[in-house]
Design a protein around this ligand. Structure first.
Ligand code: GAR
Length: 221
């Protein structure tokens, strides 16, 4: 399955995907292109190192013209015959112009347990709200903001004294684990969709797996 990855920044999630792929953990995936919305994005060099075609579609060049930006993204992607578009730290909301070209084939990672804390730069909001569990979500992208069907979530504790940076770092570690897993499931055709509920074909967790709940702060016996 031919995959393009859209990024805006340093690209640690892109690297996690490419490393997992290099280790044989995403069978059937072919990462062919990385597109960044800024030429400063570190993700571009990571993509090049792994043999992806790296392109820049500078959002700044399109000002208030989101449709023009999305049309340009589609032009850059078109020759690659992409089957899955992965948003890995892509800080732009995509609209119908883009999404209609890849129906049900765009996924995103978000650093919160959706539907809590959608949007940008959410770590400070999570800390200030006082949530005890934070985490990350991989989801299909729909026309809303971080509102599409959820594929996988990973939780981490919020510790006393955490600032946004400490929390972001702890969440990032779980992002790097769940994103390659989600992409592997998508590539192998394991993800089904019924309405807005995504599920895994043949999913049959053991009683032991089901009992692995994450309670925080920990229970006192
Ligand atoms: C990640 O934490 C990702 O979840 C977040 O940006 C960071 C990108 O890091 N994405 C969003 O906030 C999407 N709205 P990376 O460039 O190192 O992968």
């Amino acid at each position: 399955m031919k995959i393009a990855v859209l990024c805006s920044g340093r690209g640690s999630n892109l690297l996690a995907l490419l490393e997992a792929h290099a280790q044989g953990k995403i069978p059937g995936a072919e990462f062919v292109a990385v597109i960044a919305d800024s030429r400063d994005a570190g993700a571009l060099n990571i993509g090049r190192e792994y043999g992806l075609q790296a392109s820049v579609v500078p959002r700044a060049a399109f000002h208030a013209n989101r449709e023009g930006f999305e049309r340009r993204l589609l032009e850059v992607l078109a020759p690659h015959e992409i089957e899955l578009v992965v948003l890995a730290g892509f800080q732009r909301v995509l609209g119908a112009t883009f999404l209609d070209a890849y129906p049900g084939r765009v996924v995103n990672i978000h650093p919160a347990l959706l539907p809590a804390f959608p949007g940008h730069m959410v770590w400070a909001d999570e800390v200030q709200y006082g949530v005890k569990l934070a985490g990350a979500t991989v989801h299909f992208v729909d026309a809303g903001v971080d509102s599409g069907p959820i594929i996988i979530q990973g939780a981490v504790p919020v510790l006393p004294g955490d600032g946004p940076d400490e929390l972001a770092k702890r969440i990032l570690a779980v992002e790097h684990r769940i994103f390659p897993q989600a992409v592997a499931w998508l590539v192998s055709g394991k993800v089904t969709l019924a309405g807005r509920v995504a599920a895994l074909k043949g999913f049959a967790p053991t009683p032991e797996q089901i009992s692995q709940t994450f309670v925080w702060p920990p229970l006192e016996d």
